[in-house]
Design a protein around this ligand. Sequence first.
Ligand code: 13P
Length: 336
Amino acid sequence: MTELNKIALKIISNGKGILAADESNGTMTKRLEAVKVNSTPENRLLFRETLFSSESMKECIGGVILYDETIQQNSSLKKSIPELISSSGALPGIKVDTGAKELANSPQEKITEGLDGLRERLKKYYKIGARFTKWRGVYIINQKYPSRLAIHSNAHALARYSALAQENGMVPIVEPEVLMDGNHSADICLSITSEVIKKCFDELILHKVDLSGIILKPNMILAGNKSKDNITNEEVAQKTLECLKNSVPSEVPGIAFLSGGQSEIEATENLNLINKQNETGFIMTYSYGRALQQSALKIWAKNINNKEETQIAFNHRAKMCTLAAQGKWSNNLENN
Ligand code: 13P
């Protein structure tokens, strides 16, 4: 077992999942303004620190993805943020892409940037405690897109990033996110997501990335959010499993889904159904941002010093997701 494989398994084994708290300052400002809290560095830290010092960090969270600002902040407990996360047994991770920008010659689409100077940044992040990294490619679905250009160029960037992360001793989270925006059917999402993931693995293999030392972070197979396709949660689970079984090489230790705009309950229920039927051999867990933080954020926004109630909401969500990662979640447990 390689060191990278050990790190990947430590993050996602035994029902543990990932807390994606790596919103850029721009995205975090939108989230905070939506609940009428000023987006200052202190407030961004206070909310995140409240989550990172919750009880459920020990049993449920194997890794936390941070943003550049947060990984360099100190907690009020006189520890650095990576130390605070490590003290609960979870591993600190870092988003290293610098965002999705307009793709030249296909301006409706995006290419994720951040390769220039990446080796040096990775070395700095490792020194301050990061043991895994994240890079997100983003794809739209409509009549014309995604183009072969977007599928190819994002896969290439994900592979170059992954090779550099591994060179520096960190597990890359490979996140190709096919967005749910649009009126496409779930079957279109299935065929496009499969093509996108296969292309990513072609490039990862070409770049000699150790597949046993990555975590794939895909979207679930959903109908577009404006689609009339009435797909059940059972079908979401079946199609998601079909997609991954046919497009992910068996060396990959695990898959950690993004929530991508699903509600907290939807993201939990779908993950649970996936795990009830999972015969792929891959660990299937969560790497949720919104679906782990939404309830906690609403409560915190009412009184930003109410640590206890905020943590109760976060602990509940993390516990429900960890049950779902083992196929043990139920509506009863959700509501009691
Ligand atoms: P969501 O779960 O809110 O989609 O965020 C996950 C993530 O890390 C997106 O890059």
